[in-house]
Design a protein around this ligand. Sequence first.
Ligand code: PEP
Ligand code: MN
Length: 338
Amino acid sequence: MIVEMTKGANKPQIKAVVERARSLGFDVQLNVGTEKTVVAILGSDTGKTSTDVFEVLPGVQTVTRIMKPYKLAAREFHPQDTTFEVGGRTIGGKRLIVMAGPCAVESEQQLRDTARTVKNAGAGVLRGGAFKPRTSPFSFQGLEEEGLKLLAEVRAETGLPIVTEVMGTEQIDLVARYADIFQVGARNMQNFALLKELAKLKHPILLKRGFAATITEWLTAADYLLAEGNQRIMLCERGIRTFEDSIRFSLDISSIAVVKRFSHLPILADPSHASGHFLYVPSIAKAAVAAGADGLLIEVHPNPQKALVDGLQSLTFSDFARLMEQIRPIAAALGRTV
Ligand code: PEP
Ligand code: MN
């Protein structure tokens, strides 16, 4: 249930709503906006409570039942778009954020060359996996801590903040020492134990959409990350599995519009994992920007033919630079910059 206070509602009035909710056994989260305060009443039993219980209190403007299972990620709770800073760049603002780099950290040279190149082309965050979720246990699993150290070194040289995947609760402490943004991969979108532990830290988190997850399930998973008060959560559409088998996954362009309607969280798109092929990455990236994505996550490799992971979908340096130039006029047409 969402209680929207009037513009002039004072602290005792807000407190009265909070106390009434707590007396009924509910949890509460406050969104204190510049204009007005919104109180989210949380609990599986809110359906049994009449909205009148809150509507009669002084300073309350409206009380809305949320039929959707997610609450904290819902726009009703937080009407304005969420924006936040990472390493001097704003996520979710007018300027798009492009996160680019190799699928996996492979070597110092590979990472350094890629970071310099993507930065020159306009990327604001360096991506690179140190722990890789691989379908087969016999495939390259990532350089683990050595990879994280390389990411930190290259961050120090280039100033680019880093986004890197954390796959399990046992990796959190280690990854937290290096990462600026935790990436929760598609395969872990509903790893609730992981989400709960990550929520306790205050790091920014990029939550990928599971490739068999509905948008509602995805936003409900985001509620786990928001539950401890961390507001710095972003979503990433990375393609879902459909009956189409000529591409790796199908990037659900419409999810960008749906998420923008129902949620306040920034949403990025990952055309690399969606398509699985470098030839398709530019079209999908441009379509995502046109659809209103707040940024892109793109795989780039100095020599895709030699990449240890995801070479086919990785862009070369020149392909990436060209794509960045192609994106600029599309963003500009929407009143945005890159
Ligand atoms: C990745 O970004 O490296 C990755 C493994 O992506 P996903 O979780 O979307 O498959
Ligand atoms: Mn990859």
